[in-house]
Design a protein around this ligand. Structure first.
Ligand code: PHE
Length: 378
């Protein structure tokens, strides 16, 4: 730009209206050229300051040096040209502002745009807990011989957990089971308090609940969680899992009982495993037995290459579960005729079974939910 806005028009020998028009045309052309070089918000701000800045912007200088200093006969045309120039400049600036903002938005949205061809975020899929898997294995085995599955409450009344199972109050077997009682709120709204409640110590209460509901024949298994006042160590936990079994009909014998158990054990551990039972005692079965399997770690020999087998402690047998023929006294609690029906029941400790089958040496691993452990059983 040859013309200067720092000097007055007279100083630049601009003396006629035509020259004034030409001078403004030159300034305007400069503004247009400058504006063409503006391509982002920062440059736009700089441009605006240079041209419209209040103290030393070009427009201010034109006002001060050209307009205010114009001789009287030129004042009118300088004023007119100045107004035209200012309107044009503002229009140009506005147009550019819209363009720049749109560009910025486009850039921003390009940044946020989702690329559908990229691979997605893979979230690791969980798997069933080993205890659930073992429940399922056991259920499948018993399904195949005509049992069905029922489940029951973990919070029980002493009646179902003890009395109806022929365990009266003060019976010594309660000692290791008399454990987690609930503190109940006092009765409200005229309703009687529900009486004492406890966390069930075994799945056997479901024997009673099942027989109360249905007439023989009964063939059920009951998978579930149970609770006892055991201090946690490698083989004890205050919560663990059982599968209860109950079969009652008019002609069930001890042979049906041992045959069923043996079938289950061989299905679960494999055909080479041997079983035996020893006399035991449960108030709700008579006779009662304890079922053992030949040790799956030493093949029943009691010894391994490194000496005495640590799992069965040299015995060659591992205690697996309690069972027996249903005590006739129990039928009295559920309205069955003990002269007409007979049956057997068993209670399998699932955590133990899973530990044996999968070589786990600490029951706590089932409850810690450490993914490094869980991942080994997908
Ligand atoms: N409920 C017994 C226990 O938890 C096991 C059992 C079940 C025994 C059924 C006999 C019959 O120890």
């Amino acid at each position: 730009m040859n013309i200067s806005v720092e000097k007055t028009l007279a100083e630049q020998s601009i003396l006629t209206a035509e020259q004034v028009v030409a001078a403004f045309a030159e300034v305007r052309a400069q503004a247009e050229t400058d504006l063409r070089g503006v391509s982002n918000e920062k440059q736009f701000e700089e441009f605006r300051n240079h041209w419209l800045g209040r103290k030393s912007g070009v427009v201010t200088k034109i006002t001060d040096n050209w307009l205010k200093q114009a001789p009287t006969d030129l004042k009118k045309s300088v004023g007119q040209e100045f107004n035209k120039f200012k309107t044009a400049l503002e229009a140009l600036i506005e147009e550019r502002r819209v363009g720049i903002e749109a560009g910025a938005e486009e850039a921003a949205s390009a940044k946020d745009r989702v690329d559908l061809s990229l691979p997605g975020v893979m979230r690791a899929l969980g798997s069933r807990h080993l205890i659930r898997q073992v429940f399922q294995e056991i259920e499948d085995i018993f399904f195949s011989i005509g049992f069905s599955v029922v489940e029951g409450p973990e919070i029980e009344t002493p009646y179902y957990n003890f009395e109806a199972l022929n365990i009266p109050e003060f019976h010594p077997v309660r000692d290791d089971m008399d454990t987690f009682y609930m503190e109940l709120p006092p009765s409200s709204g005229g309703k009687a308090a529900p009486g004492q409640l406890l966390l069930r110590t075994h799945t056997s209460p479901m024997q009673i609940r099942t027989m109360e509901k249905q007439k023989p024949p009964v063939r059920v298994i009951v998978p579930g969680r149970v609770y006892r006042r055991d201090n946690p160590d490698a083989t004890h936990s205050f919560a663990f899992h059982q599968v209860e079994g109950l079969a009652v009909d008019t002609d069930i014998t001890f042979c049906d009982f041992t045959g069923t158990i043996e079938y289950f054990v061989k299905q679960f551990f494999g055909p080479s495993v041997k079983t035996r039972f020893r006399p035991s005692y449960f108030p709700f079965t008579e006779p009662s037995v304890e079922f053992d399997v030949s040790c799956v770690f030493c093949g029943g020999s009691g010894t391994t290459s490194s000496g005495t087998c640590g799992k069965c402690k040299g015995a060659g047998w591992i205690e697996l579960f309690g069972a027996g023929m249903v005590d006739p006294a129990v039928y009295g609690f559920v309205g069955y005729d003990p002269k007409k029906v007979s049956g057997f029941a068993f209670g399998i400790g699932i955590d133990r079974l899973a530990m044996l089958k999968y070589g786990i040496d600490d029951i706590q691993a089932f409850f810690q939910n450490d993914v490094r452990f869980l991942k080994q059983f997908p």
